[in-house]
Ligand binder design. Structure first.
Ligand SMILES: [Zn+2]
Length: 324
C-alpha cells in the first residue's frame, strides 16, 4: 500500500507534499466554512474544538497549509466517549502501521450504514471489540493522548469515505475524508435507524421481567434482541434495546427555571444552531414541563409546544434537563 510510509510518519495529519494539490481558493473556502460551522454539532455534545477539519498550521512544526483530516475535540482526559453514529466495530486496538490507522494510537473504527469509517483516535483506552455492533451514544473508549505527534489529550475524529481496503486509508487526506461536522449534520437529519431505536438503561432493583412489563413486551423478546443468555444477570447502567413498537409509560421532560433561553428545532432538521424554530423561556414560567412524545436521537426528544407546535429539543443531562 502506498499510504503506509506517510501514514506511519504523520498519523492523522498529512502535509501536502505535492504542490499541485494545494489550491488557494479551496483553502479559503474551507477555512470560511470552518468558521461558519465551528462547533456543530460537537459543542452540543459537550466538546471543545481545539482544531477544525481542513487546512491549518501544524501545531508541532509550525508549517502552514497542512491538511487536518479530522476534527480535534476535547472533553477531559479519560472522559468516556460516545459513538457519534451506530455501526460495526472494524478495529479496536493500537493503530498498527499498515492497517490504515498507523500512528493514530489506540483507535476505534466504526463502519456506518453508508460504509463510511468513523475513526476515534488517540484514545486512552478502548471499550469495544472488533465485530461488535454499537448504537449511537454507546461508550466506545476514553479520551487520551496515544499515538504519534500528539500534543495533548484529545479526540481526533475522522470520517473516511470508505472503510476498505485498509480501513479506507489513502494518501490524499482531502479525497480520503468527509468534513465530519457536515457529515454528522446530514446523517442526523436523515437517519431513520436511530429514530426507531429505543434504549432503556438498567436501574437498581430492575429485573428483565420488570423491564418487560414496563414496556409491554416479553422477557423472551428482550433477551433475543439484546443477546442476553443469562436472564437473571443484567447490570445497573446496562443499555437494553427495546422492540421498535414497545410503548412505555408516559415520560415528562422538565426544563429548569434557571435557564431563560432553550432552543427548539423543527422535526425535519438537525437540532443544531442555525436550524432553530424558536426559543423557550423556562425562567419566565418558573420552569417548564412537557410530555415526551418521542426520542428521535440520543439526547433529543420531541415535545408539543404552545408557540411552536411539535418540535425537537436537545436535552443532554449537562443542560440541566430532566426526564422522568
Ligand atoms: Zn487531529
Amino acid at each position: 500500500m502506498t499510504g503506509n510510509i506517510q501514514e506511519k510518519k504523520y498519523g492523522p495529519m498529512t502535509r501536502l507534499r505535492t504542490t499541485g494539490l494545494f489550491d488557494q481558493s479551496k483553502y479559503q473556502q474551507i477555512n470560511k466554512m470552518n468558521k461558519e460551522v465551528e462547533s456543530l454539532p460537537f459543542a452540543e455534545l459537550g466538546f471543545r474544538i481545539t482544531s477544525p477539519y481542513g487546512y491549518r498550521t501544524d501545531p508541532i512544526t509550525g508549517q502552514i497549509n497542512v491538511f487536518h483530516s479530522g476534527i480535534d475535540l476535547v472533553k477531559a482526559h479519560q472522559a468516556p466517549l460516545e459513538a457519534f453514529v451506530g455501526g460495526t466495530v472494524l478495529y479496536a486496538a493500537d493503530g498498527v502501521s499498515g492497517t490504515g490507522v498507523g500512528g493514530y494510537g489506540k483507535v476505534v473504527v466504526i463502519q456506518d450504514k453508508n460504509s463510511c469509517a468513523h475513526i476515534y483516535a488517540h484514545l486512552d483506552s478502548v471499550a469495544v471489540r472488533k465485530g461488535q455492533r454499537v448504537s449511537q451514544g454507546d461508550i466506545i473508549g476514553r479520551q487520551g493522548a496515544t499515538g504519534n505527534r500528539v500534543t495533548g489529550s484529545h479526540l481526533h475524529y475522522e470520517v473516511r469515505k470508505k472503510s476498505s481496503p485498509a480501513l479506507g486509508w489513502i494518501d490524499d487526506p482531502i479525497a480520503r475524508t468527509h468534513d465530519p461536522t457536515k457529515y454528522l449534520e446530514e446523517y442526523y437529519a436523515t437517519d431513520n435507524d436511530t429514530k426507531s431505536e429505543t434504549v432503556y438503561v438498567v436501574k437498581p432493583g430492575d429485573t428483565l421481567t420488570k423491564i418487560a412489563n414496563k414496556f409491554n413486551t416479553s422477557v423472551d423478546a428482550l433477551a433475543k434482541l439484546n443477546g442476553i443468555s443469562q436472564r437473571n444477570l443484567i447490570l445497573i447502567g446496562q443499555r437494553i434495546k427495546l422492540p421498535e413498537n414497545s410503548t412505555s409509560r408516559k415520560e415528562t421532560l422538565y426544563l429548569p427555571r434557571t435557564i431563560s433561553r432553550w432552543r427548539v428545532y423543527p422535526l425535519n432538521k438537525a437540532p443544531i444552531k442555525g436550524n432553530e424554530k424558536g426559543i423557550l423561556n423556562p425562567r419566565k414560567f418558573g420552569g417548564l414541563q412537557y410530555e415526551v412524545l418521542g426520542k428521535p436521537q440520543a439526547h433529543v426528544v420531541t415535545i408539543q409546544t404552545r408557540d411552536f407546535g411539535k418540535v425537537n429539543i436537545y436535552v443532554h443531562p449537562s443542560t440541566g434537563a430532566v426526564i422522568a
